[in-house]
Write a protein that binds this ligand. Structure first.
Ligand code: GN1
Ligand code: MG
Length: 343
């Protein structure tokens, strides 16, 4: 951790008395908590430069959004990275980009949704986040990952992996390939939406997992965090990823598929929380497709995990050889269970 203290020193002075510990469980960045006398003071993060090719776009997007909130007198909180002592958005060391974010006082995050109320609060926060930028021209935001939630693009990557991926893995997973192909209607519908222009492009978070919401000691939502993938998008990304990550008591790593199951009371809580802040901004067509959001996101995540599996696991961190295959099966089971609760 010696070198991390040097990184910290690029942002603040003096760094004596601070301890730095690994924090959270993201698949993309390394995250640390910086403490002083057991108090959480900062979050220090290494930005994954392979995934995020333009870290400057992330910083500029966040700056535009926080300026907007300030100028419009909004009460929405946006925890923003600090600048280095030299006025830079990042500290670059050995090719790695680091940023420092003040820890929001009296906040905590959770990793699992235990009661529907938590998902109601989270959905309200993500909806409020998008709703706060109603009048902001979303095209001012730069993409931070090209084609991130573009299902047609993810489908194309899957087709390419079937041609150029690991032949043994392709051979051994025929039933999974068939099951994914059987659901191609989800992709066609996405194409239709794009061409019809019936869904509005808005400021979208794109990573609404429960650990990206901060709660206060009374378990009410304070704000959302992790703004790397904030860019123009459709409501189906955020609402859908909440269905994907909050409905099942077991998460995407679970191998025992009996434990992967969508819970109806959690589903209703998410819809209620989301609509509370967003319904008045949504078109009739959007409101009629709340459930499509779940199918879209769960399916796309299965597709992404599986494509990575066929490509020999170059994107997602894995803990054992078949990790991405287990994640794929898990998401396909979740898709089935989701369909059963909305039927
Ligand atoms: C990645 O590492 P994390 O949890 O923030 C991924 C998401 C996936 C998720 C699946 C930039 O997010 O899109 O849904 O893993 N983020 C990126 O666990 O690819
Ligand atoms: Mg993230």
């Amino acid at each position: 951790m010696e070198s991390l203290h040097n990184v910290l020193g690029a942002f603040i002075d003096p760094v004596r008395g601070y301890t730095i510990e690994l924090f959270g469980s993201g698949l993309i960045h390394h995250t640390y908590v910086v403490k002083k006398e057991a108090r959480h003071v900062y979050i220090l993060q290494e930005v994954n430069h392979t995934v995020f090719k333009w870290p400057e776009n992330i910083a500029e997007n966040i700056e535009q959004l926080s300026t907007w909130l300030r100028q419009t007198g909004s009460s929405t909180i946006l925890p923003c990275p600090m600048k280095t002592k030299n006025g830079e958005h990042y500290h670059l060391m050995n090719g790695v980009y680091y940023r420092l974010i003040p820890f929001v006082e009296n906040s905590h995050s959770i990793n699992v949704c235990e009661i529907p109320d938590q998902t109601y609060e989270a959905a309200k926060q993500f909806a409020n986040f998008t709703a706060s930028f109603k009048e902001f021209s979303v095209d001012r935001l730069k993409p931070t990952i090209v084609g991130f939630h573009d299902l047609a693009f993810r489908w194309k990557q899957f087709r390419e992996a079937l041609k150029n991926g690991n032949p043994e893995r392709i051979r051994a997973t025929t039933p999974i390939i068939a099951s994914i192909e059987d659901d191609h209607a989800i992709v066609s519908f996405y194409d239709k939406i794009l061409h019809a222009g019936s869904f509005k492009s808005r400021v979208t978070h794109h990573d609404t997992k429960i650990s990206n919401v901060l709660f206060n000691p009374e378990q009410k939502g304070i704000c959302v965090i992790d703004l790397d993938t904030v860019m123009p998008g459709f409501f189906i990304s955020d609402l859908g990823d909440m269905f994907r990550t909050y409905l099942s008591p077991a998460n995407e790593e679970e191998k025992d598929l009996h434990l992967v199951e969508a819970r109806k009371d959690f589903y209703h809580a998410i819809v209620e929380g989301y609509k509370e802040k967003m319904a008045d901004q949504m078109s009739e067509d959007e409101i009629n497709h709340l459930n499509y959001a779940g199918e879209f996101m769960i399916y796309m995540q299965a597709l992404r995990f599986f494509t990575d599996y066929l490509n020999n696991d170059t994107y997602y961190s894995i803990s054992y050889p078949d990790n991405n295959l287990v994640r794929t099966k898990n998401q396909l089971k979740l898709l089935k269970s989701f369909r059963s609760i909305i039927a």
